[in-house]
Design a protein around this ligand. Structure first.
Ligand SMILES: C[S@@+](CC[C@H](N)C(=O)[O-])C[C@H]1O[C@@H](n2cnc3c(N)ncnc32)[C@H](O)[C@@H]1O
Length: 264
């Protein structure tokens, strides 16, 4: 009997077989609007560039987060979750924090809103952690630590909110499921994951914007690529289902973001 691969590369992941990529939609309109997902690695997933180039890359990401719905998506989700609760002070974990601009902006937003956040911001790469510490040095409510999204056991505590921004697309489906499970287990109110939405329009727009506005070679390369690596809202809902997250909601946010909210 011929022995083929156990997990053909384009079969749709399922709880029993989460190792493959999502199938490209069969409907012609969806195929036109949504390109196939690529698993090609971004430059920043490999050996990191020198410190100045890495700093330029983190600044470009901060520009995107500021002007294209990055930290605002997280603030929108926290606003929905905090609502009219009498709790005023929250412990937050931000996973895959990059330059920590999202937790810094969120802390400032929360202060204006009469809330207090105490944020642990973690990133896998120590070079990124070093830079994030200096970039966030003026915000006392943000502490930057080295940590792996796939091994959160080393963290000493649970958090009210666990957040991540632009990190989910770095994980292929099996790791994305592990990531969602581990992150959700650390949240006592909710997990909030915001990321790009894969679409042709987002890819063209990101290519254009990154050529005009980005300073760093790596960000010009990785920006459009990360759109092609991103999941669609339907795929994220499926990942959440495979991770066993009860009542997870996936919201689309302008211009090209989506936000998964999974209450604890
Ligand atoms: C595209 S950047 C996003 C940074 C930031 N959150 C933002 O919104 O701009 C993705 C970050 O995730 C980090 N990362 C990738 N894999 C990780 C992992 N397993 N654990 C923690 N961080 C990870 C990378 O080092 C990188 O800084």
């Amino acid at each position: 009997m011929p022995s083929g691969p156990r997990n053909p590369p384009h079969s749709t992941p399922s709880a029993a077989n989460p190792t493959s990529r999502f199938a490209h939609p069969s409907n012609w309109l969806d195929r036109f609007l949504v390109p196939p997902q690529t698993r090609q690695l971004e430059l920043l997933d490999g050996p990191l560039p020198p410190r100045d180039a890495l700093l330029a890359n983190l600044r470009d990401l901060a520009l995107v987060n500021r002007f294209a719905g990055g930290w605002a998506v997280a603030a929108w989700a926290l606003e929905r979750l905090v609502g009219s609760s009498s709790q005023r002070s929250f412990r937050v974990l931000d996973i895959g924090t990059g330059g920590a601009d999202v937790p810094v902006a969120l802390s400032q937003w929360a202060r204006r809103r009469g809330l207090a956040l105490q944020v642990d911001a973690i990133d896998l790469r120590h070079e990124v952690v070093d830079l994030a510490r200096s970039l966030a040095a003026d915000e006392p409510s943000v502490r930057v630590l080295q940590g792996d999204a796939l091994d959160l056991g080393a963290l000493p505590q649970r958090y009210d909110f666990v957040l991540s921004s632009l990190a989910l697309h770095h994980f292929d489906p099996p790791d994305a499921v592990r990531f969602l499970q581990a992150a959700h287990a650390r949240a006592s109110i909710a997990l909030v994951v915001n990321d790009l939405r894969r679409s042709r329009v987002a890819w063209y727009a990101t290519r254009l914007v990154s050529r005009i506005f980005f300073e760093s070679f790596e960000a010009k390369h990785d920006g459009p690529l990360s759109v092609l690596r991103a999941y669609t809202p339907r795929e994220v809902a499926e990942l959440a289902r495979m991770a066993g997250l009860p009542g997870a909601e996936v919201h689309t946010r302008p211009p090209f973001r989506m936000c998964l909210i999974a209450r604890a």
